[in-house]
Ligand binder design. Structure first.
Ligand code: ADP
Ligand code: MG
Length: 674
């Protein structure tokens, strides 16, 4: 068996299983062994009963208290027992396992591992794995069991088994790193790393394996960037742009003055665009720092000079919002420019019409999603391309859009707070400008970190804010993929919230909804026809509804701080006092400490660095911190050190290897990020 072998060659993988694997993007044995676990189950030291936490999988150990009961209907028998340790008693239930009544006896010592759920105010362990006698647990203790991303029709065990067989039968996995690099950075060889990422015997194995794979992932990314940069040497600016007095008038007419930082960044952009070379610039600015208006100035400069400009957003909701708010601005300040919206959910006819207006140059500025880089779009003198919230876009997509014009000016806007040293590596091919202050009229958001016992109070608070005419977001608790879907979860939550908050218009939003539904909800929310929006993190990016003043985040403990900071950035955008409530089901001291960082500061850079400091770079398969760039394993924050090392290694390789060797290695790997 070799890496290119079909997965059906693996014993036990039949047609049905093969289909499931294909749905996961796994076609060959090589794909399978590179389908790394999403996380690992750790069989930890049992927790005291008094310390169990809602929503988590935990282990407890104690004596069986009282008799084991079986109740419920014949088809759904529920077995109940109580387990007691010196700190308290916990109720445990199983479904359809009545035989347990005869196997478990009163007073016996048992160890149980399962999810803790909240049943009408009581914490219950549901359907746990059981170890009886308790000592059986010792065999599994401290081991790591891989947990894979699944699709319906395939179990975790099936994936695990297939990987195991593949690893046993594969002839060899060819080494992909030069020996010098492996030696210098103490990296294990590829076979060992791949084996141990699936089946680590302990945490050290896991870290060593992961470290190598992350290193390689970063290295290839950086090498690709270098190649891009080489092919992209400063291009001559052949656009004939000049300053326009309309822009000065517009800036004077705005209800606010630009901040000093905004003005400086605008000056960078202006200078680039009027200068001798084509602009490639990244604008970094924390949420709410006012990046949009700066982008608009760039677009105005372009279009008022008779060229076309385009702005691409990562979601339709955001594209639409930009389209509407920029349109309204142009109308209000009498800017005679025509905007065109282009998104994937438009009908074929709408798209055709839009394409025509774009090609004929009737559209001055085009705002849209990925639809902007479809083959069919032909631009008319495209001179500026902006991508908003760039971390959702790959370099490839940016290139594709750039190719639509004759090397247009390029502006990338990102709210992701990363230290400058990392930004230089990750965005190596771009110049960087930073908007490092917030508009002065902002009231600092008031934050609180609370436990779930505070939920009722939070709802009353929301009622009061709505009574004052304000609006709220509620970010729904996250669910494990194996349980209900995210969509079901949001719908359920919204339903129960309707009972709590009578007479208030509540709607929900999740990623799987149809686009026109999403648009309708966002439009209504924008018009305050909906007061409370229950949502998944789909609203994380860019949405601007200044009248929203409350952000309630359920299960805040499950998010990375950077993401929480982005979510919080949806409020505090208007003149009214805003509030962010981080609700956490966790009692752990570390979690509280971590969330408290958000209390101390509204500064994204500070938060990201504090988070890193607290967690330490070795945090085991923690929450994906940044969500920044879609690396398979690597995390820009968490693996900052590896990123720096990979950067060094890239330097070395560029010096010591031939161009062909480097190109060849980049072909081997599927660089899904670029
Ligand atoms: P982000 O940087 O997160 O994209 P936006 O561009 O959406 O931020 O701006 C957030 C809000 O702040 C918008 O409602 C915008 O009109 C407003 N705004 C932008 N610049 C200023 C400023 N200098 N003074 C006051 N408000 C501003
Ligand atoms: Mg924005």
């Amino acid at each position: 068996m070799i890496e290119q072998s079909k997965i059906s060659e693996i014993k036990g993988v039949g047609v049905k299983t093969e289909k499931c694997f294909q749905k996961l993007g796994i076609n060959t044995v090589g794909d399978l062994i590179r389908y790394y676990p999403r996380s690992y189950d750790v069989y930890e030291e049992p927790t005291a009963v008094s310390e169990v936490e809602e929503g988590r999988v935990m282990t407890v150990s104690g004596a069986i208290f009282g008799r084991v009961q079986v109740s419920g209907s014949r088809t759904m028998q529920v077995t109940t027992l109580y387990v007691k340790d010196i700190t308290g008693t916990l109720k445990v239930i199983w479904f359809r396992m009545p035989f347990l009544r005869t196997t478990l006896s009163k007073g016996g010592v048992i160890t149980l591992r399962g999810r803790i759920v909240n049943k009408k105010g009581t914490l219950v362990m549901e359907h746990p794995e059981l170890f009886y006698p308790a000592a059986q647990y010792d065999i599994k203790k401290d081991t790591l069991q891989p947990v894979y991303g699944l699709t319906s029709g395939i179990t975790n065990n099936a994936v695990m088994k297939a990987v195991r067989i593949a690893m046993e039968h594969i002839n060899s996995i060819s080494e992909t790193l030069p020996g010098e690099i492996m030696e210098r950075y103490h990296l294990p060889d590829i076979s060992q790393a791949v084996h141990n990422i699936h089946f680590p015997k302990n945490k050290t194995d896991f870290h060593t394996a992961r470290n190598r794979l992350v290193f390689e992932e970063f290295l290839d990314f950086i090498l690709s960037l270098r190649q891009l940069k080489e092919s992209n040497v400063k291009l001559e600016n052949h656009f004939q742009l000049e300053d326009k007095k309309e822009i000065t008038t517009f800036l004077q007419a705005l209800p606010f003055r630009l901040t000093k930082a905004q003005l400086e960044v605008w000056e960078d952009i202006r200078t680039d665009m009027l200068g001798p070379h084509v602009m490639s610039r990244l604008v970094q600015g924390d949420v709410g720092s006012g990046k949009t208006i700066v982008a608009v100035l760039g677009l105005m400069l372009t279009a008022l000079n008779g060229y076309q400009g385009a702005m691409m957003a990562p979601t339709e909701v955001l594209a639409k919002q930009h389209f509407e708010s920029i349109g309204a601005m142009f109308l209000k300040y009498h800017i005679p420019l025509k905007l065109e919206l282009l998104t994937g959910s438009m009908t074929a006819k709408e798209k055709r019409d839009a394409y025509e207006r774009i090609e004929r140059g009737e559209a001055d500025l085009i705002i849209g999603t990925h639809a902007l880089i479809q083959e069919k779009v032909v631009y008319h003198n495209l001179a500026l391309v902006i991508t908003d919230e760039q971390h959702r876009f790959g370099v490839k997509q940016r290139e594709k859009l750039a190719q639509k014009g004759t090397a247009p000016h390029f502006l990338v806007m990102s709210a992701t707070p990363i230290p400058r040293t990392l930004a230089i590596i990750l965005y190596g091919e771009l110049d960087i400008s930073v908007i490092n202050e917030l508009p002065a009229n902002r009231l600092a958001i008031k934050n609180c970190v609370v436990d779930t016992g505070y939920r009722a109070t939070a709802y009353r608070f929301i009622e009061k804010q709505v009574a004052k005419g304000r609006q709220c977001y509620v970010i729904c608790p996250m669910v494990e993929e194996s349980e209900t879907t995210e969509a079901e979860n949001v719908i359920d939550y919204a339903e129960s919230l309707k009972e709590e908050l009578q007479g208030i218009q509540i709607a929900y939003l999740h990623g799987k909804m149809k686009q026109d539904q999403k648009d309708e909800i966002m439009t209504k929310y924008g018009n305050n026809e909906i007061q409370v929006l229950v949502s998944t993190t789909v609203i994380e990016v860019g949405i601007d509804v200044p009248n929203a003043t409350v952000m309630l985040i359920e299960n805040a403990e499950r998010f990375g701080l950077a993401q929480l900071h982005q979510l919080r950035g949806r409020v505090g955008r208007g003149a009214c006092q805003s509030y962010c409530i981080f609700m956490s089901a966790s009692k752990s001291k570390e979690t509280k400490e971590r969330l408290n960082i958000l209390n101390q500061s509204n500064d994204g850079f500070f938060i990201a660095s504090e988070d890193l400091r607290l967690r330490g770079p070795g945090d085991l398969f923690g929450i994906r911190q940044s969500g920044l760039m879609d690396f398979r394993l690597g995390d820009v924050y968490q693996d900052a050190k590896v990123l720096q090392e990979a950067n060094e290694a890239a330097d070395w390789m560029m010096k010591n290897l031939s161009k062909e060797e480097i190109t060849a290695r980049l072909k081997q790997d599927n660089l899904h990020i670029l």
